[in-house]
Design a protein around this ligand. Structure first.
Ligand code: FAD
Length: 683
């Protein structure tokens, strides 16, 4: 064994110790987890937790991108405030469920459990709900002592719409639990999630009032935590977080953990971006960036088809306006500590910290605002006329839609607009508890782990647009950060609409690094390389297919015999402007020979729009022949319209070429999906 082998073994051993200690190495001793959160319970036993914290209602969430978690927290606070029910809100993965049915017998005055269940991908549970769903399906027995309710978060453009909410509701009902109110369905596909939630919640609260004989109070903010400024500390104090992703990065007590992980949604790897480039031409209205993350100094690994989660920070302009509207600009570097008034409340950032660090690195400040969020700001309006205006905007669904949602305001811009530039005095603990956490964004990895063992490629379309009739540019948090990095690396004279602090906290992200982790995906090539694959990926939907094709090219280089056909359907607006990786496809074609075929649809080059589904229909015979040879079908990209249109086109092909009825064709696609021969990676 040489020195390198030995050091790799040591690294693996340390990573395993860190993994099995479940975070104790990075700061759980004092009840804090990797984030520096309080409320990390010493037990997973729900009865014990509810009794020790004196909680009478339980709100549990399965959340992947943070939306469900955000709804759950808002709902739990309102339940507590409106009906004086002490409520525990928690992540499904933090508890065991074997004594679920014992709760009402062992927790005096217990009312009911509310589930916020997001569905991810093709009817899958979110990562934090996997074990709970397994329990419900296989192990749960009698639940007849329980009262429960469910709000499902899903997207009706997906076939298995709100599957996890439905499964939870069905199993609870089958096992004898009693549903309180109605089962709620929130639909992101129709962009009605907020209103679906509000309607469900209002009706549920009416039911609770009547059926459980509860008294309703005016909703007032009941702080779960206190922000205490600490003038003895400054941003130079080594234990003060200035935006580090977690305590491990702040305290740096274990360099192995930072380099070798394990890495997950609580502990990212700070990955160097070794190169980046623009994929669209100068004449394109759009920008799309290719980035390469270097893994050579870590044991973070991926497999082809996985997702990379990128941890963003907010743009300078958004941070400044947020600090300004809440009168925090002069105090932005003041250090504060957090004292938890409710032991079950958590925060997802390390502290002591500063106002700016929290706003820049940990809160989602620039996204759309919900009517419910705006309502919560009413008590803090700086004057009477502002208060009246906020009430007017938040009372009516239509007024809110026309004057807020349709104008794409973020919170700071809207509050400044209604107060006519007067700052708002809002307690910072309220902001911490009300604003969603800044979430990482996922990107389908566009490299192959076979050909790029130590590099991860991603392909990101920049989100920046001026809404019709508006005077401001709406910018996506992460893609504009990536774009800034690319422009900076390129020393380009092009200016992005917003700028970022690329150095990060204590220069942690310098030069050109970002926190990332991998999300394992089920979107995979068939294990038998001889099987044909049909890939449909317009726009950035082509990302994982670039990885698949690179994998097959590498297999050719490795001498793998008998590699199957690879058919790629790609679409974009214009062959001269946004044809992603147009210079690479001929190279792959040369390597794979007649085993690779690409069909392109350029929607804006003809008088009528041509999309990938039209190209599929044109090649229906070939499609069926490949299916008969066992081909796997893959669809990646826009969940809204494209995935549905492709699905419809395939039904049409089966009807035309196989003589199936539409019903049978639809059923046969469902079977392909169940047996993994039809896989979707859509967003
Ligand atoms: P965000 O800040 O999240 O904003 C997104 C959108 O929200 C904006 O474009 C705008 O429409 C809206 N918005 C923002 N602010 C406001 C406001 N104030 N009011 C109203 N609306 C507002 N993307 C890719 O480009 N390539 C990929 O390969 C890819 N793969 C993915 C794989 C998976 C599994 C998933 C779930 C997503 C994938 N995505 C991919 C999408 C990606 O994760 C991001 O959602 C996308 O890049 C936008 O992120 P952002 O932070 O830039 O924008």
């Amino acid at each position: 064994m040489d020195t390198l082998d030995f050091s790799v073994l040591i690294a693996i051993a340390l990573a395993l110790i860190a993994y099995f200690s479940k975070g104790s190495l990075w700061g759980k001793e004092d009840g804090e987890s990797v984030h520096g959160v309080a409320g990390g319970f010493q037990t997973r036993d729900l009865v014990e937790i509810l009794n020790s914290t004196n909680k009478k209602a339980l709100v549990l969430y399965g959340s992947q991108t943070g939306t469900s978690e955000d709804y759950a927290h808002k709902y739990a606070r309102e339940l507590q405030s409106k009906f004086s029910i002490p409520t525990l809100c928690g992540d499904l993965s933090e508890f065991d469920f074997d004594n679920l049915n014992d709760i009402p017998e062992q927790v005096e005055g217990f009312t009911f459990i509310t589930f916020f269940m997001a569905t991810y991908g093709e009817g899958e549970p979110t990562d934090n709900a996997v074990e709970f769903i397994e329990f419900l399906k296989n192990d749960a027995e009698d639940l007849s002592n329980l009262k429960y309710t469910v709000f499902g978060l899903g997207n009706s453009t997906y076939e298995f719409y709100n599957q996890m909410g439905k499964t939870t509701n069905k199993r609870f009902s089958e096992l004898g639990a009693q549903l309180v109110g109605t089962f709620g369905l929130g639909d992101d596909g129709q962009a009605t999630m907020d209103e679906d939630f509000l309607a469900w919640k209002d009706s549920l609260f009416d039911t609770i009032k009547k059926d459980l004989h509860l008294e309703e109070h005016e909703v007032v903010y009941q702080p779960g935590l206190k922000v205490e400024e600490n003038t003895a500390l400054t941003v130079a104090s080594p234990n003060v977080s200035v935006g580090e992703p977690n305590k491990a990065y702040l305290l740096r007590q274990d360099e192995n953990l930072l380099q070798y992980g394990p890495f997950d949604h609580t502990h990212p790897y700070i990955a160097p971006i070794s190169s980046s480039r623009e994929l669209c031409s100068e004449t394109s209205e759009r920008n799309c960036i290719h980035l390469e993350f270097d893994l050579s100094n870590t044991n973070l690994r991926y497999s082809t088809g996985d997702h990379l989660a990128v941890w963003p920070s907010n743009a300078n302009e958004h941070v400044e306006s947020f600090l300004k509207v809440f009168n925090l600009t002069d105090r932005k570097s003041t250090v504060f500590d957090i004292e938890f008034l409710d032991p079950t409340v958590t925060v997802h950032f390390p502290f002591p910290t500063t106002y700016e660090a929290v706003v820049r690195h940990h809160l989602e400040i620039s996204g759309p605002i919900s009517r419910q969020t705006l309502k919560q700001f009413i008590p803090y309006a700086p004057d009477q006329s502002t208060k009246q205006e906020v009430i007017r905007l938040s009372e009516s669904k239509d007024v809110f839609h026309n004057e807020v949602t349709a104008k794409y305001y973020n919170l700071a811009d809207l509050l400044f607009k209604v107060s006519k530039q007067t700052p708002w005095n809002v307690p910072f603990n309220f902001l911490i508890e009300t604003m969603p956490n800044l979430q990482h964004r996922y990107y389908s990895i566009s490299s192959s782990s076979l050909s790029e063992k130590q590099t991860i490629h991603i392909t990101a379309m920049i989100e920046a647009f001026k809404p019709a009739g508006s005077d401001h540019i709406v910018t996506g948090v992460t893609t504009n950060l990536l774009w800034n990095i690319q422009l900076n690396q390129d020393q380009s004279s092009v200016k992005a609409p917003v700028s970022y602090d690329l150095n990060g906290p204590r220069s942690l992200f310098s030069p050109y690094k970002l926190p990332v982790h991998i999300r394992r995906s089920t979107f995979k090539l068939p294990s038998n390389p001889a099987l044909p694959v049909i890939m449909i990926g317009p726009g950035t939907g082509v990302a994982p297919f670039r990885g698949f094709i690179r994998e097959r090219c590498q297999q050719v280089d490795n001498g793998t015999p008998n590699i199957g056909q690879s058919i790629l359907y790609y679409g974009c607006r214009n062959s001269e402007q946004d044809f992603l990786y147009h210079d690479e496809w001929p190279v792959y074609s040369k390597k794979l020979g007649d085993k690779f075929k690409m069909y392109t649809a350029f929607s804006r080059e003809n008088s009528h729009k041509v999309y990938v589904q039209h190209k599929l229909l044109e090649n229906s015979r070939e499609f069926i022949e490949l299916m008969d040879q066992g081909a796997f079908i893959y669809v990646c990209g826009d969940a809204g319209k494209m995935a549905k249109d492709v699905n419809k086109a395939i039904v049409e092909i089966l009807v035309k070429e196989k003589g199936l009825s539409e019903e049978d064709a639809t059923e046969s696609i469902r079977e392909f999906k169940t047996s993994n021969r039809y896989q979707e990676d859509v967003w």
